[in-house]
Write a protein that binds this ligand. Structure first.
Ligand code: M6R
Length: 607
């Protein structure tokens, strides 16, 4: 939630900040602003709306001219999106940008008011921090930041400039992510690496409570106690192209097309002589044998990947798996045993509720395993074991390729665990692994259904509501199909276990209501087809996703999407593609902002 950036160096600072913010707009996009030192004075430009509105404003009114500054793109938490609530926020001598939330801002505001600081312009928690910094500022920025860090509570990352410290940017991180980029004679801060990849691939990961000082093109660090810290310089393993649309109209469709490669990159290093091998992630057969129960905890799409994981692990490895929404799990006082495994799945590795679950698990004797896409993210660093997915940067708010690689890891884990526990033979394990290796090819073929899906999506745009139905793995998958559609098309949809419809939900079916039925599980096909006929008989317009050989009666179907057939257990990896495409084209046909759907942000770092 919210993206922050900062720059110190020879380039035009406003241009660098805007360019970096463009790459962070997925984190929030209801207002934007920058603050730049111009002739030794801090000049602020900010506005409600998209970054493009800020650019337009600066074209009309002039942009701050200088070589050091900070910038922000916002997802509102405290106070509606408005010019006044946009960042940067200032005290008398301090200006800041902020990502995250300050939980005790009301107490701090009360304290400031009691001490004659009453000049609050906005409704934000951020302005309270700016005022508090100003209150304590005695000419020593580090001392002042440290003092404030001891008083504010919450999850946050800050970019700070002090009026009497021109050409210098300070940054600090507690919970919310922040990286510090180091170029030749220039330095950056950003909430995420893609923001600065155009300028440099080299960056430092700021740790909890560390303060960075960017000055004269270089960076120094100190800890909460003011002691200097030496940090390891990291190099990003992707380039600028990965963070660009590369000729596609939207990031989402680009990312759908990247899925075959993403799966290959994720699974190849984890397969040895045709068998799954997660030892590079610290996961051995002995460890996999040791668990009594598994909890998979995540949010949104990542939780849906966990649902598929549950079906597959239970089916193959015969271990009981519970899937939970992180925001529920953390408060439901779960019974976690010492021989249990808690798997946390997260694309960003920064999702607040998922992070909280990890903290909770750390208070038990259970082991935690993170399945994370963003390298060096908090969840990845704090879990006992980590399996990185290698999807590369996912920019569209609607997750596609990250889900796909999460599925591929679920399979690797299930196969290795099933074999380690003696529930499948080596032959069966090799066979399943071989099928998994072939999935990129099948995903590629499923993507070729793009035009068919584009056509069918024209039938969905007028719907007020629709249903996704399926059984078993198809049900797990339809949850993701439904989420994808609603988040970017704004059409209400529900996923339902096909067999459960007649216990209530079938009453919703009216003439022409679209029902998307996923029927890829041959063992359940007849039963699913019966359920499709039940809704069809009540007037539904049915769209059926099944494999290329499935026998489906013509009278059950209005539109058929046939996908390549692979082993039944792996069908979710293929069937998810038409669902992504249906959602994408419905959103496009409705004229929506596909990559930046309303009210959403990519990385949900608040509770
Ligand atoms: O970064 P995470 O995977 O932890 O994010 C979890 C959800 O916020 C995320 O999957 C969200 O549901 C996406 N917008 C779905 O497309």
């Amino acid at each position: 939630m919210c993206g922050i950036v900062g720059y110190v160096g020879p380039r035009d600072c406003s241009d660098v900040l805007v360019s970096a913010l463009t790459k962070l707009e997925y984190r929030g996009y209801d207002s934007a602003g920058i603050a730049v030192f111009e002739n030794g004075k801090i000049e602020v430009a900010k506005t409600k709306g998209r970054l493009s509105d800020l650019v337009d404003k600066m074209k009309k009114e002039g942009k701050p001219q200088g070589h050091a500054g900070i910038g922000h793109t916002r997802w509102a938490t405290h106070g509606e999106p408005s010019d006044i609530n946009s960042h940067p926020h200032s005290g008398r001598r301090v200006t800041i940008v902020h990502n995250g939330i300050i939980e005790n801002y009301k107490d701090i505001k009360k304290f400031l008011i009691e001490n004659d600081r009453t000049e609050f312009l906005s409704d934000t928690d951020t302005e309270v921090v700016a005022q508090l910094l100003d209150f304590y500022y005695d000419g020593n920025p580090i001392r002042c930041i440290r003092k404030v860090l001891h008083e504010i509570r919450g999850s946050f990352a800050l970019g700070i400039v002090f009026a009497d410290r021109p050409e210098t940017v300070y940054a600090v991180r507690c919970e919310s992510p922040l990286i510090v980029g180091q170029g030749k004679g220039e330095a950056f801060i950003a909430s995420d690496v893609p923001a600065i990849i155009k300028y440099t691939k080299d960056y430092y990961l700021l740790e909890y409570g560390e303060i960075a000082v960017l000055k004269n093109g270089s960076v120094s660090f100190c800890d909460l106690h003011g002691r200097m810290v030496e940090k390891e310089l990291k190099t990003a393993d992707f380039d600028e192209d990965s963070a660009e649309k590369g000729g596609y109209e939207h990031f989402m469709i680009k990312e759908i097309h990247e899925q075959p490669t993403a799966v290959k990159t994720t699974i190849t290093p984890r397969i040895e002589n045709g068998m799954p091998d997660l030892s590079e992630c610290g996961i051995t057969p002995e460890i996999l044998r040791s668990f009594n129960n598994i909890f998979i905890v995540a949010c949104g799409t990542a939780m849906h990947a966990g649902m598929v994981g549950k079906y597959v692990i239970e089916k193959l490895a015969r271990v009981s798996v519970t899937v939970d929404i992180a925001s529920e799990f953390r408060y439901r006082d779960p019974l976690i045993g010492e021989n249990d495994l808690v798997i946390i799945i997260s694309q960003s590795g920064e999702t607040a509720d998922s992070k909280a679950v990890l903290n909770l698990v750390k208070q038990t004797k259970a082991k935690s395993l993170a399945i994370v896409n963003v390298k060096g993210s908090s969840i990845a660093r704090e879990a006992d074991m980590v399996i990185y997915t290698h999807a590369g940067p996912e920019i569209a708010v609607a997750s596609t390729k990250a889900y796909m690689v999460q599925l591929s890891v679920m399979y690797l884990l299930a196969f290795e665990m099933a074999y380690a526990k003696g529930k499948i033979t080596e032959f069966e394990c090799r066979n399943l692994t071989e099928q998994l290796v072939k999935t990129p090819e099948y995903i590629e073929k499923a993507i070729e259904l793009e035009y068919n899906c584009q056509y069918i999506s024209t039938k969905l745009i007028t719907a007020d509501s629709l249903l996704y139905i399926g059984r078993g793995l198809d049900y797990a998958l339809s949850m993701e199909g439904s989420l994808k559609l609603k988040e970017i098309s704004y059409i209400h949809s529900e996923s339902y276990a096909a067999g459960e419809l007649k216990h209530g939900t079938i009453s919703l079916i009216t003439e022409g209501m679209p029902v998307i039925a996923v029927a890829t599980q041959n063992s359940l096909l007849e039963k699913t087809v019966s359920n499709i006929k039940e809704v069809k008989a009540r007037g539904a317009m049915t769209i059926v996703i099944c494999d290329e050989f499935a026998e489906i009666d013509d009278d059950a179907v209005d539109f058929l999407i046939r996908i390549p057939k692979i082993s039944e257990v792996l069908m979710p990896m293929i069937a998810t593609v038409p669902m992504q495409l249906l959602a994408y084209y419905t959103s496009v046909n409705k004229g929506n902002d596909v990559d930046k759907p309303r009210n959403l942000a990519k990385s949900v770092t608040v509770e």
